[in-house]
Design a protein around this ligand. Structure first.
Ligand code: HEC
Length: 464
């Protein structure tokens, strides 16, 4: 017996020391994070968990980012003054925090009792779909079936009875960082022509790099298959970044299709330069033709689809059913997310005017207003990371009727915005901690649906 224990002792010692070493490594990584990273990335590593990653969230990619290996990242080379092993440990530390947080979110799952009370309205969550992979866009068919995208490249039909079928014929997409299969919309006369619109990150290989851009595919839905797909819009130029695709699609009452395109991470080259399609909102006819009264149709060197400019990353567009105006939310830099009304030919200011700040808190620009630049109707500091936008137009939610609902990825709630004309009269947080809100939609029978990601769910809000 004694000999047996003696035999095991080195093993225990090894395990014990290893545990000690691991703890020391973690303490070290925590310390490095506090001293070198927290000032910009937030007090705890948890901040990374909530990120819409630009340069990738794998261990290797995080380690590269610590070394400043991203466009304009020269000053971010924190790896330079660290030991190789410390960089590895820091990368590992960030990854472990992310994994731990995600596991917690999955086990927490949907809110337990699922009842949420707001000023004047109580709703009960009804889980429509679970275990989804980043649901991004949703739209209802006239028969009550829901079409929704998963960013990782799939389009699904979900019947009111809960039968889920994959739709074939979607375009190949570049599923990296913020890219993939994004929004989905229907032609206003879908019932007669069956046209479905998808926005996605389209890619092209040039020499040894893969480039991508925001594109819109129109196809006819027959059964569970998309047929005769054509790209009716492709933003130029293509870019080597993998983020800020924008990509919301919305029809107005006259049948024009609006497409949001983000700045693709190049704030100097894109949003204010009319010759670039990025950092813009575009307007086209449902078949891709250019409306004759678009604001820049006669201007040389400017894409005639262009409708408004100076945008950063617009990921919410909603048609006001009463006025026919188009409302929009976009991600600001660090702070300075905006709610705008989109008008022909107008400049929304990015990056000349912004309420946002750099990561270290310095203002981005001293200007928050300037002549010739539209002011936001409201803005958010800190950033809520707005995504998904909808006007409530249903009698099922009397206390919210006519209000705007803006989703927040970062703080996992929906903001209800009561308007008085174009003025923001009241803001109320709804559905706190529901999850990272990607999309909000309404069914033909007047119920509100919310898609959240990581873990991916679709909920219906049942008024109580
Ligand atoms: C002076 C401010 C500052 C400090 C200090 C700083 N960073 Fe960053 N970090 C940034 C900025 C700015 C970016 C680029 C973000 C962007 O482009 O949106 C960035 C990007 C990153 C990314 C990539 C994020 C993505 O979306 O892909 C990682 C990972 C990262 N930093 C980790 C660290 C770590 C770890 C430290 C500490 C060793 C650190 N940073 C210190 C400002 C800072």
């Amino acid at each position: 017996m004694f000999r047996f224990l003696l035999f095991l002792a080195p093993l225990f010692l090894l395990i014990y020391c290893n545990r000690d070493l691991n703890q020391a490594a973690e303490r070290k990584a925590t310390h490095v994070y506090k001293t070198d990273c927290a000032s910009c990335h937030g007090a705890t590593v948890e901040n990374f968990v909530e990120r819409d990653w630009k340069y990738g969230s794998s261990r290797l990619e995080i380690i590269r980012s610590i070394g400043g290996n991203f466009p304009g990242g020269e000053k971010h080379n924190f790896a330079r003054k660290m030991k190789e092993q410390e960089v590895q440990q820091l990368g590992q530390y960030i990854i472990e925090a992310i994994v731990a947080r995600k596991q917690k979110m999955i086990t927490e799952g949907a809110p337990t009792n699922g009842t949420y009370t707001s000023q004047g309205m109580t709703v009960q969550l009804d889980t429509i779909a679970r275990n989804l992979d980043n649901p991004w866009g949703m739209v209802f068919l006239p028969n009550g079936d829901l079409l929704f995208t998963e960013r990782t490249g799939k389009l699904w039909r979900l019947t009111p009875k809960g039968v889920k079928t994959e739709i074939g014929g979607v375009p190949a997409t570049l599923v990296e960082s913020q890219g993939g299969l994004l929004d989905v919309e229907l032609h206003p006369q879908f019932a007669t022509n069956g046209f479905v619109y998808l926005s996605y990150s389209k890619f092209r290989d040039s020499a040894d790099v893969r480039l991508s851009t925001t594109a819109v595919r129109r196809a006819r839905l027959e059964g569970d298959q998309l047929l005769e797909g054509v790209d009716i819009f492709t933003a130029l130029p293509y870019s080597n970044t993998r983020y800020h695709y924008g990509s919301r699609l919305e029809f107005d009452k006259k049948g024009f299709l609006y497409i949001s395109v983000g700045d693709r991470g190049d704030q100097d080259a894109n949003p204010q330069r009319l010759g670039s399609d990025c950092g813009k909102i575009h307007r086209i006819h449902a078949d891709g033709h250019i409306p004759e009264d678009n604001p820049f149709v006669t201007q040389k060197g400017v894409r005639a689809t262009l409708f408004s400019y100076g945008h950063r990353n617009p990921q919410g567009i909603a048609l006001n059913p009463l006025t026919g105006e188009l409302w929009e939310t976009e991600h600001g830099p660090q702070g300075g997310d905006e709610l705008n009304v989109i008008r022909a030919g107008k400049n929304y200011g990015w990056p000349v005017v912004s309420y946002g700040t750099h990561y270290d808190g310095r203002p981005f620009t001293q200007l928050t207003e300037k002549e010739g630049i539209e002011n936001p109707k409201t803005y958010w500091i800190p950033s809520i990371a707005p995504c998904g936008l909808l006007f409530v137009n249903s009698d099922r939610y009397p206390a919210w009727k006519g209000d705007l609902l803006a989703g927040s990825l970062r703080f996992k709630y929906i903001e209800r915005i009561r308007l008085d004309g174009e003025k923001v009269a009241l803001r109320e947080p709804l559905l706190k901690n529901l999850g990272r809100i990607r999309c909000i939609a309404a069914s033909p029978d007047g119920y509100l649906y919310v898609a959240v990601e990581e873990p991916g769910y679709i909920f219906r809000l049942m008024p109580k």
